[in-house]
Design a protein around this ligand. Structure first.
Ligand SMILES: *Cc1c(COP(=O)(O)O)cnc(C)c1O
Length: 441
C-alpha cells in the first residue's frame, strides 16, 4: 500500500481491522492448540484495561513512572517466591521468553569472560531446548553444544557430564521443554553445573507459571526450580500460563551478582547518561502493568483453579488419544503440553492437515514426526468434539483422502527427505522475506 493520504474515520479504521481478523486463529473457542493462552473473559478484560491504562507509559525510565517500577519489582519478587528462590533472589521483566533467554545467556557469557577469561564460550543445552537459545548463541557469539535426549525425551545426564568443557559458560534444562512437554532432570543436570562452577539456567518459560500450582494440586512434579542448589537463573513467561498480555516475561537470578552482568550503561552520549536492564530501550509499560494486574486478580487461588482445569483437560485428551487405535503419546508429559503420533504408519503430517480441514489448529513437529497440543482452560469444553474429529481425521488419512503434500505437511515431508539441513534454513529465511514484500512486488 501507499502511505494513507487522508484521514479515515476512527470507526472505519477499526471496522477494517476487525474484518481483517476474520481469518485469524479461533483461540476463544478452543480450536487452536498453540500461541494463545486464554483464561476467560474476566481475565482478558482486566488485562485489557490494565494495559490500556498504562498504554502510554514507558518502562525505560523508572524515575518518570514509579508505578511501573513498583509493578515490575513486585512481579519479580512474587515470581521469585513462586519459583522457591532464596530471599536475596532478584529479577527483571522482559518482553518475552526469548528476551529472558537472551539475557540469561548474556549474563553467563559476560560472567565467564570477566571471572574466568573465557573468550570462546560454549552453551551446553538439550537437543529439545527452545530455538531462543540458538538465537541467543547466534546473536551473542557462543557455540552450542547439544546434549542428546534419552529414550524418554529428557536430556541424557551422562552425556551432559561428558560434554562439559573449559569453555562451557552456561548449562540449560527445560521445565518443561516445548516439543514433548517433559521436564529435563534439573536436579542432576544442575548438580553437574554446580560441581564445575558453571551457572545453570532453567527454561521455565512454559512451565514457570503452571508447574508450581500443578505440584500443589498433588500431581507428581520433579524438582525443577531454585530448590535445586545448582540452579542460578530461571525464565518464566507471564504471557503464557501467567495469562498476562503478550510482551511480558521474567528472568530470576539466585542473587544480584549474576544479574549484574545483564545490565548495560553508556556514559558518553550527549543525550545523557543511559542505563538499560535488558534488550529493549523503550519498554511497553502496558505489558508490565497487565502482568501485575492479572497476578492480583487471580492470586494463588485463581491460578490453582485454572491449573486444575488445565490438568484435568489435558488428562482427558491424553487418555482419549492413548485409547485411540493407531495413536500414541510421546514420552510421559508432566504438564499440559504434549506430542502424539501415529503407530500404524499413517502420515502424522497428513493427520495434522485433516484436523486443519476440520477446523482445528494443531502444530506439526518433526524428529520424530508428531502433532503437538498446548492445553489451556479454553479447551475444557472441546475435548469430546476434538477426539471425535481426531478419530475421523485418522480414518480419512487411512483411506488416503488426505495426502499430506500441501502446506506445512509438505514442508515437513520435504525436510525429512533432506539429509543436509542448510538449504532448508535458507528456504525458511526466504519465506520470511516473502511475507513482507517490497512495494514494487
Ligand atoms: C515460548 C517458549 C520460549 C520462548 O518464549 P517467547 O515468549 O515465545 O519468546 C522459550 N522456551 C520455552 C520452553 C517456550 O515454551
Amino acid at each position: 500500500m501507499s502511505f494513507p493520504k487522508s484521514r479515515l474515520p476512527r470507526e472505519k479504521v477499526l471496522e477494517t481491522m476487525r474484518e481483517a481478523a476474520c481469518a485469524d486463529a479461533d483461540w476463544r473457542a478452543g480450536r487452536t492448540f498453540s500461541l494463545v493462552y486464554f483464561a476467560g473473559d474476566e481475565v482478558l478484560e482486566t488485562v485489557k484495561e490494565a494495559y490500556a491504562t498504562f498504554l502510554s507509559t514507558n518502562g525505560l525510565s523508572p524515575f518518570a513512572f514509579p508505578s511501573l517500577q513498583r509493578f515490575e519489582s513486585e512481579v519479580c519478587q512474587a515470581t521469585a517466591e513462586m519459583l522457591n528462590a532464596p530471599p536475596e533472589a532478584v529479577g527483571t521483566m522482559t518482553s518475552g521468553g526469548t528476551e529472558s533467554i537472551l539475557m540469561a545467556v548474556k549474563s553467563a557469557r559476560d560472567k565467564a569472560r570477566a571471572e574466568r577469561g573465557v573468550t570462546e564460550p560454549e552453551l551446553l543445552l538439550p537437543e529439545s531446548a527452545h530455538p531462543a537459545f540458538y538465537k541467543a548463541a547466534h546473536y551473542l557469539g557462543l557455540t552450542c553444544v547439544r546434549i542428546p535426549l534419552a529414550e524418554d525425551f529428557r536430556a541424557d545426564v551422562e552425556a551432559a557430564e561428558s560434554l562439559v568443557s573449559e569453555r562451557t559458560v552456561l548449562m540449560v534444562g527445560s521445565a518443561p521443554g516445548y516439543p514433548h512437554g517433559v521436564i529435563d532432570p534439573i536436579e542432576a543436570l544442575s548438580e553437574i553445573a554446580r560441581r564445575h562452577g558453571i551457572p545453570f539456567h532453567v527454561d521455565a518459560c512454559l512451565g514457570g507459571f503452571l508447574l508450581p500450582w500443578v505440584e500443589r494440586l498433588g500431581y507428581e512434579v520433579p524438582v525443577f526450580d531454585f530448590r535445586a542448589p545448582g540452579v542460578t537463573s530461571m525464565s518464566a513467561d507471564c504471557h503464557k500460563y501467567g495469562y498476562a498480555a503478550r510482551g511480558a516475561s521474567t528472568i530470576t537470578y539466585r542473587d544480584a551478582s549474576l544479574r549484574r552482568y545483564q545490565y548495560y550503561a553508556y556514559t558518553e552520549w550527549p543525550g545523557g547518561l543511559y542505563g538499560s536492564p535488558s534488550m529493549l530501550g523503550s519498554r511497553p509499560g502496558g505489558a508490565i502493568a497487565a502482568a501485575w494486574a492479572v497476578m492480583h486478580l487471580l492470586g494463588e487461588e485463581g491460578y490453582l483453579a485454572l491449573a486444575k482445569t488445565t490438568m484435568e483437560t489435558t488428562r482427558r485428551l491424553i487418555d482419549g488419544i492413548r485409547a485411540t487405535n493407531g495413536l500414541t503419546v510421546l514420552g510421559d508429559p508432566e504438564m499440559s503440553v504434549f506430542a502424539f503420533t501415529t503407530t500404524d504408519g499413517a502420515n502424522a503430517f497428513a493427520l495434522g492437515e485433516a484436523l486443519q480441514q476440520r477446523g482445528w489448529g494443531v502444530d506439526v513437529q518433526h524428529l520424530p514426526p508428531a502433532l503437538h497440543l498446548m492445553v489451556t482452560p479454553a479447551h475444557a469444553e472441546v475435548v469430546e468434539p476434538f477426539l471425535a474429529d481426531l478419530q475421523g481425521a485418522l480414518e480419512s488419512v487411512r483411506r488416503g483422502e488426505v495426502s499430506g503434500d500441501s502446506g506445512m505437511a509438505a514442508m515437513y515431508g520435504m525436510a525429512g527427505a533432506m539429509p543436509d539441513r542448510g538449504p532448508l534454513g535458507e528456504m525458511i529465511v526466504e519465506m520470511l522475506g516473502q511475507l513482507l514484500p517490497p512495494r514494487a512486488a
